[in-house]
Design a protein around this ligand. Structure first.
Ligand code: ADP
Ligand code: MG
Length: 705
């Protein structure tokens, strides 16, 4: 992996790998059915301007090019060698490439680290040979690279044989799946999306996802980087690269396998790498500005829209439709998903009412009921009026089979060019699509074919805007009285009072309480704290105290406290029984505050609806720790719980300020624990009405050594 320093400095930089001057194809052939044949055909077909060197011991020429018996016999320097030999010949071939001074090998050969222990051992040997010579290696078990920037189709994917030419553009891809790269290539091509470099990294034995991500960040031709991720090995580097891309004005979009257990299992067997937790990845993406998408084709479509436009500005989405029905359904879905629809300004209303009935001037504008004679100018005026509206931050045109299709498409193309606003063209015309599709492709105008995809792209646009707002927040600063960690903090499971002492050390309000060893002390503590009180068993082992009857609420007198003590002690699994007597807290809502250390991306803080419902409703949000109160509020606004916090139907607004402060403090605690954090939880925190604060009434956690 890339964290191992190569013994010899690399012969060529990554920038040369994606823009090689010369490419040797080992095992080159005329036979399109063979790996080496397909690759040779594809490189020739797409017009690579560099030197192409077929290597084949049985041929003098191949497809009109001089062929060489071995890589050693080929004229150097060779920047890239394509290795698609049977696994039994791999070590020798890579050795010959190393000896011949090849800059980097792209190894297609499979059945290595992803396959079995013998394959993994061979892979290690191959990497050692390459590194020993300073030769870089992509793969093994990869599908190569497609660089439209270089007119270089360096892959066996038959999709390259299907297109007349590579369409160069600003969208790049790094994929941990080779077949997906081929599929996304043809999908992008069919949607008129121009590509820079797509590369599949296979088993990442030497060059990995982060390396290629870095190469594309540095590649001037690439403006938007798509990632298909199964697992990230170096989370800190990945996050740092994402921040660097953002600072350089390049977008990253990602699709991650492993959202569910099924996805994780598939990814594991697929690349011999362990998928990190999906929620942790998602939180890291939000923190670093990566647009996490739910599927790969949607990612490419969104990248196509983003490639040529700035981020969505202030305002809403303006829509023009040729079908009132589909327009209404789309608008409904946008509203249901919280996508903002624009309100027309005065100007727009005036322009629209010149041609359309009042009922058809809304957002979406329905072209179906215009006044006066139908002509292209009417539709063009509708599109222009909406696109020009200063309250419209993004334009959607929904084209169903309609009159004047090419003229209307032209109006959308012109509006996009004039306003430079993100524009989503939905070409929902089935067999009528061909002409307009070619027109859009020729104009470099991205389009989608399904409303679902349009919504995906719009969600991405809006999320990009939200993430930019998050990034613009002040950097979190440590709140007064948050920490430091007590020197006495022990490893292992914490009892409730220990966990709460830790919360208190970070300024998070906890119950007034006293740990007691007998019934009399319990009664005395209750008097001191004031009735009613709560009495709980203190245990290091028990995770859910109430399941074992260890939580006794609302005790109103000393006798009740003594009885509760006896009952709780009898139910405790531990011999040295103790209980805690604490104040009985009343409030409006139960919230969970949590912290966990993501195995790849480090400490993260969690907030959500607390109590028993936490597992049932899963209404939680996660963020990379530490965060400030403003980012904490953004987390709360993403919860389904939010309307309740704001005050709904006569219920009081709750103390959101106190909660944001507590989230921030908890996140600092998580960050300070760092590597020692396993997990930590205050569940519930009882939240009171605005101005009345909150109290953590339960705590648990596990601290590492
Ligand atoms: P556990 O989660 O281990 O079962 P808790 O300490 O969270 O135990 O107690 C269970 C429930 O009892 C809490 O979710 C909360 O509703 C209530 N509760 C616990 N302690 C208090 C307290 N001090 N004041 C008010 N309610 C409490
Ligand atoms: Mg609890």
């Amino acid at each position: 992996m890339s964290d191992v320093t190569p013994p010899v400095p690399p012969r060529i930089p990554l920038s040369r790998i994606i823009a090689p001057r010369s490419v040797a194809v080992i095992g080159a052939s005329e036979d399109y059915a063979k790996f080496g044949g397909r690759i040779l055909h594809h490189v020739i077909r797409h017009g690579f301007a560099g030197r192409l060197i077929p290597v084949n011991p049985r041929r003098d020429t191949l497809l009109g090019l001089p062929a060489f018996a071995s890589i050693g016999a080929a004229p150097g320097p060779v920047d890239l060698a394509i290795v698609a030999v049977p696994v039994g010949q791999l070590l020798q071939t890579v050795g010959e490439c190393a000896a011949a001074g090849v800059g980097a090998c792209i190894v297609f050969t499979a059945q290595l680290g992803e396959f079995d222990a013998a394959g993994a051992a061979l892979q290690e040997q191959v990497v050692a040979v390459a590194r020993g010579a300073g030769m870089r290696l992509i793969g093994p078990n990869c599908m190569g690279m497609i660089s439209a920037t270089q007119a270089l189709g360096l892959t066996s994917s038959p999709t390259l044989g299907q297109v007349p030419a590579l369409r160069a553009g600003r969208v790049g891809l790094v994929s941990q799946s080779g077949a997906l790269m081929g599929a996304l290539f043809i999908f992008a091509h069919d949607h008129g999306i121009g590509l820079s470099t797509m590369i599949s990294v296979g088993n990442q034995a030497d060059i990995d996802l982060c390396d290629m991500l870095e190469a594309l960040i540095e590649d001037a031709a690439t403006g938007v980087i798509c990632l298909y991720v199964e697992a990230v090995s170096d989370g800190a580097r990945f996050a740092a690269l994402a921040r660097r891309a953002r600072a350089a004005g390049k977008r990253i979009l990602a699709v991650k396998a492993g959202r569910t257990e099924a996805g994780s299992a598939m990814a594991r067997s697929h690349t011999a790498s362990l998928a990190g937790s999906f929620a942790g990845f998602e939180a890291m993406c939000r923190d670093t500005g990566i647009l996490l998408m739910d599927e790969a084709e949607g990612m490419i479509l969104a990248a196509g829209v983003l490639a040529d436009c700035p981020a969505m500005g202030a305002g809403g989405i303006g829509m023009v439709v040729s079908s009132g029905g589909n327009g209404a359904v789309t608008a409904d879905r946008m509203v249901a998903e919280g996508l903002p629809l624009a309100e027309w300004g005065e100007d727009t209303r005036a322009r629209l009412s010149a041609h359309f009935l009042p009922s058809h001037q809304n957002n979406p504008v329905d072209l179906g009921a215009h006044t006066g004679a139908l002509g292209p100018h009417i539709f063009a005026e509708a599109v222009a009026a909406v696109a020009d509206d200063p309250g419209v931050a993004a334009l959607v045109y929904l084209m169903t089979p309609q009159p004047l299709m090419p003229q209307t498409a032209e109006a959308v193309i012109a509006a996009r060019a004039r306003t430079n606003k993100p524009t989503v063209f939905i070409l929902d015309t089935s067999r009528f699509a061909d002409e307009v599709r070619e027109q859009l492709i020729a104009a470099g105008m991205p389009f989608v074919s399904r409303i679902d995809d349009a919504l995906r792209v719009l969600r991405a646009l809006v999320r990009e805007r939200e993430m930019a707002a998050l990034a613009a927040l002040p950097a979190p600063t440590r709140p007064a009285g948050a920490g430091p960690l007590p020197a006495s903090l022990r490893d292992g499971a914490l009892t409730e009072p220990e966990a709460k002492a830790l919360f208190a050390a970070y300024g998070i309000p906890v119950t007034r309480e006293r740990v007691v060893g007998d019934a009399e002390a319990a009664a005395a503590a209750a008097v001191e704290i004031g009735f009613p009180v709560v009495l709980k068993g203190v245990s290091r082992e028990v995770v859910h105290k109430s399941d074992l009857g260890l939580v006794r609420l609302n005790l109103r007198d000393a006798a009740a406290v003594r009885d509760a003590f006896a009952a709780v002690v009898a139910a405790l699994p531990e011999a040295d029984a103790a209980a805690v007597v604490q104040e009985m807290v009343r409030g409006e809502a139960e919230v969970i505050l949590g912290a966990r250390r993501d195995a790849v991306f480090g400490p993260q803080v969690l907030v959500g609806l607390g109590g028993v419902l936490v597992e049932v409703l899963r209404d939680v949000q996660l963020a990379v720790a530490p965060i400030g109160p403003e980012a904490a509020e953004a987390m709360l606004r993403r919860l389904a719980l939010w309307p309740l916090l704001e005050g709904v139907r006569g219920r009081p607004a709750l103390d959101v300020g106190a909660l944001c402060d507590a989230i921030s403090r908890f996140s600092w605690l998580a960050a300070d624990l760092g590597e020692r954090l396993e997990d930590l939880e205050a569940n519930p925190v009882i939240l009171r009405a605005a101005g009345e604060g909150l109290v953590a009434v339960d705590g648990r956690g596990r601290i590492g050594a």
